[in-house]
Design a protein around this ligand. Structure first.
Ligand code: TXA
Ligand code: MG
Length: 330
């Protein structure tokens, strides 16, 4: 298959909509990461998403909408907590898990009786959703297990030849996936930290259960949490404590070392240093691109400086720890 690279002009957006209406796959930009989109009502199109990504069939997809009126076709109940979240954070980087309607195929919800719904704020995503008049099922547009794509080039690196088109809408501003909240229980559950912070959720909802850590033997509420995620080719090790000392003591054991940091220090010559930036927003925005960048540089190992879990850093550290397979050093 020849994958078309489209731009964000009107003509190309119309081409993307035609492909989606015909049951094809188009990667689209959103404010969080690029999504691999298909008609959410079309079970065959959804199956093709799983095939292109190599995604386990039990990991459900997020359904994207442009207007609240579309909810009627997708969910059977919008409760008070869901309404509060929509009012506070939509359009934006928040996904809400609700009871699904029969219109959503089991392929999309991976057999669950719930569906995850998000209204993105990205202008190109909104134009596409508006024009194709469909809810779009879209997971992140990476090969399963790899870091999520934050540029059209990242998508092409993974999906060229496997999908119909990639629509280039520039860099994603948030850079990490949406926050996922399940509101089907009395007390809402945070299933994945993301662009909307835990603190912001608590302000709107009061109590929120943190439910994104997965222990072996448990059945996770969000199937996605049990899979290896965001991993570059080289092993990532998260360093707690004195980062500079750890690097000085350990970098010489390897040929080429990737360093992911947010503070300044002098690294030995065999290190490739990538700074995550000056503030948590930048950390979120640069993390996945840096992890992919280390693949391009062919480093032997990646040492990453640990970060706290305040605000959006909760999402950054969550992705970093997963990328490291929870491997820590002191
Ligand atoms: O920012 C984002 O959310 C991006 C953009 C494209 O919207 N999408 C994204 O999709 O990150 P994906 O498939 O990579 O992650 C979706 C997560 C998975 O962890 C999945 O298990 C969870 O949401 N999820 C989806 N439907 C669910 C459901 N019904 N119940 C619980 N978790 C669900
Ligand atoms: Mg993903």
């Amino acid at each position: 298959m020849n994958t078309l690279l489209l731009n964000d002009n009107d003509e190309d957006i119309s081409i993307a909509c035609k492909i989606l209406n015909d049951g094809g796959l188009v990667a689209i930009p959103t404010e969080t990461v690029y999504g691999l989109g298909a008609n959410a009502f079309d079970k065959n199109a959804s199956k093709n998403i799983f095939a292109a990504k190599g995604r386990p069939a039990d990991n459900p997809l997020i359904v994207h909408i442009a207007h609240l009126s579309q909810l009627d076709e997708i969910v059977v109940d919008v409760n008070e907590n869901a309404k509060k979240l929509m009012k506070a954070f939509w359009p934006g980087p928040l996904t809400i898990v609700m009871k699904k309607s029969d219109n959503i195929p089991m392929e999309v919800s991976a057999g669950l009786d719930t569906v995850a719904v998000r209204m993105p704020s990205h202008s190109v995503a909104r134009k596409i959703l508006d024009r194709c008049k469909l809810p779009i099922a879209a997971p992140s547009a990476n090969t399963s297990g790899k870091p999520s794509p934050t540029t059209a080039k990242h998508v092409m690196d993974d999906m060229n030849g496997k999908i119909d088109a990639v629509l280039d809408g520039g860099n994603c501003v948030v850079g990490l996936e949406s926050t996922v909240v399940d509101v089907t229980d009395e007390v809402p559950r945070l299933l994945r930290p993301g662009g909307v912070t835990y603190e912001q959720l608590c302000e709107v909802l009061g109590d929120v259960i943190k439910n994104y850590e997965f222990k072996d033997g448990e059945i996770p509420r969000s199937p996605g949490v049990k899979y290896k995620h965001y991993a570059p080719k080289a092993q990532v090790i998260v360093v707690k404590g004195d980062f500079g000392k750890y690097i000085n003591d350990n970098a010489n054991k390897y040929n080429k070392v990737g360093i992911l940091c947010h503070s300044d220090f002098n690294a030995p010559k065999n290190c490739i240093v990538k700074s995550m930036g000056r503030n948590p927003k930048e950390y979120a925005n640069t993390l996945f691109a840096h992890l992919r960048g280390f693949d391009d540089e062919g480093v032997d190992i990646i040492f990453a400086e640990d970060i706290d879990d305040k605000g959006i850093n909760l999402a950054v550290s969550n992705r970093l720890y997963k990328a490291a397979g929870y491997k820590f050093a002191k």
